[in-house]
Design a protein around this ligand. Sequence first.
Ligand SMILES: [Cu+2]
Length: 231
Amino acid sequence: MPRLLPAALNKDPDVCDPEGHKTRDLERLVVGSNAGVANTVVYLKNITKGKALELPEARQFLNQKSCRYEPHVLLVPKDGTMHLKSSDHVLHTVHMSGAADYNLPFPFVDQEVSRTMNREGLVDLRCNAGHVWMNAVVFVVKHPYYAVTDADGNFALTDVPPGEYEVEAWHEGWKVVGQNAMYDVMTEVRVQRPIFSEPITIDRSVSVKPGSTSEVKFVLSERRQEMASSQ
Ligand SMILES: [Cu+2]
């Protein structure tokens, strides 16, 4: 099992670390008791028909709680709305990069902020208020055939029209490959934020027959992470 360096939890311990762990898992690799990997996005690559663009509500709503992002992976339809709030009595600032570039401060508990996501693609989330360990990712997508693996590594794509498809598994990668100096907007202190390795993608072909279920299995490994990082 690959090991992941936890980040030092060095700010707002009352709110961010109520149990006194002193470190925070970066949540880049979440493995269930059956060795299934959570938080992997599985999607069809070449589909242009099928059901309406609807995705689970819970994947379109980000909360900031005990200085963690919940959920860690979000799915928002292109031109759909992403909702955000904070349950914490400290300042968080959600900084987006990639297919969106909003910078959203959350000075008030439970104040909801919404933004339209107009560009398809990946959005990285981080906190610009000094909580360097906070990280999450948003997929802004054009069709509904996206799923995120659960705690046991399982996923389901439903109502897929019969046909031949490419199905891809995307995992964000779990290695910390460096550190980036940044300023905490609150205290203007320099802090170090981890830089992560490249995402891992695995492609498979799948044939979907009328009225039946097709199974696709993906295996993530340390070697795949090395290959992704050396590209
Ligand atoms: Cu924060």
